[in-house]
Write a protein that binds this ligand. Sequence first.
Ligand SMILES: Cc1cc2nc3c(=O)[nH]c(=O)nc-3n(C[C@H](O)[C@H](O)[C@H](O)COP(=O)(O)OP(=O)(O)OC[C@H]3O[C@@H](n4cnc5c(N)ncnc54)[C@H](O)[C@@H]3O)c2cc1C
Ligand code: FES
Length: 367
Amino acid sequence: MIERILLDIAWMSGIGTSLALLMVIAQRWLSNYGEVEIDINGKRKLTVTGGNSLLSTLSDSQIFIPSACGGRGTCGACKCQVLEGGGPILPTEKPLLTAAEMEDNVRLSCQVKVKNDVRIMIAEEFFNIRRYDATIEEIIDYTYDIKGITFKFKEGEEIDFKAGQYVQLESQPYEKVKEKAVRAYSISSKPQIKDRLQLIIRLVPEGICSTWVHKHLKVGDEVSLTGPYGDFMLKDSDADTLFVAGGSGMAPIKSMLEYLQEAGTKRNMTYFFGARTTKDLYLDDEMKAFEQHFDNFKYEPVLSHATPEENWTGKTGFIMPYFEDVIKDPANTEAYLCGSPGMIAAVTKSLKEYGVPDENIRYDDFG
Ligand SMILES: Cc1cc2nc3c(=O)[nH]c(=O)nc-3n(C[C@H](O)[C@H](O)[C@H](O)COP(=O)(O)OP(=O)(O)OC[C@H]3O[C@@H](n4cnc5c(N)ncnc54)[C@H](O)[C@@H]3O)c2cc1C
Ligand code: FES
């Protein structure tokens, strides 16, 4: 009887193993698309191995499309036109595409799989985006959950970027995280410095890349990043300017202020930095020092949860009511906002109510 049972078990597990083997072979066979061609902008042709996403296939060929969420289909940054060969739009793409974009063959390149020849159109400026190898030169603890990290490029390498732009950093596997991840981080140093750059990174609880940065990255480590990306940049004007940031949203504003200090400006500027308590304030002295450098600049930290023990004598509560004191000529006011989606939505709504035109409100949403 026992022999019979053992025989049955051996028989069943044999079938199971064969089925698993068949599935692996079928999977390999089905995803073996061989060599395919990607026609880019009707100007450039790439011969690649099919089977991966359009985003990663292009990045393997050193063509980098913005992909702030690292290809998870949540940011919508990786849009491009797929004129032929992209197959039908996937349900994962639809929430991030407008009707007009779908009509115009716009797709999320991280969701489109390259299975056959494709014809695509991408923005010409994407050809300027490059991969950089860098060594970690300095790590500064700005607060309990925010670090400033300086990346020094390999000898002779230089980056050209505009204040406000971002790079994408690749984290390495660690502990239970088995794969690399790519995340977007705004450059916090000024564009006049080209052989290194600084990022300001906040630790997100359970976050893959920010945990790697905070708990595993050390001075001397070698890392890879791509960039520059994004169009969150200063307009070329002398308009009155409001900067509004929270948390690590300080990063691009710091870059803009350092750029303006060196380039010179006639702008009247106010910088509101929102934080919960004094423990969340950082680079305070550096930001106050800009008041000496510029003819007309005011740094205004605003605390939402200051406790009596902190003896905070500065501004408190929401930032928005303070706009009334600084917006003198709404039509000639520009605003640059950076931080969480909630903060950006609330500040944008308020600025519009004060009469600041839509086209004068620029933001980078870290969501
Ligand atoms: C243009 C741009 C610029 C940016 N600049 C900066 C900057 O200068 N500084 C900065 O600190 N950040 C910046 N960010 C945000 C940054 O890109 C990352 O989103 C952030 O660091 C979190 O990444 P992470 O890998 O640590 O977290 P993720 O792993 O992406 O997780 C984020 C959150 O989602 C949760 N989560 C993850 N996976 C799951 C799941 N499967 N189910 C449920 N919940 C999940 C996590 O617990 C965590 O709370 C920027 C973002 C953009 C778009
Ligand atoms: S990379 Fe974020 S949606 Fe494609």
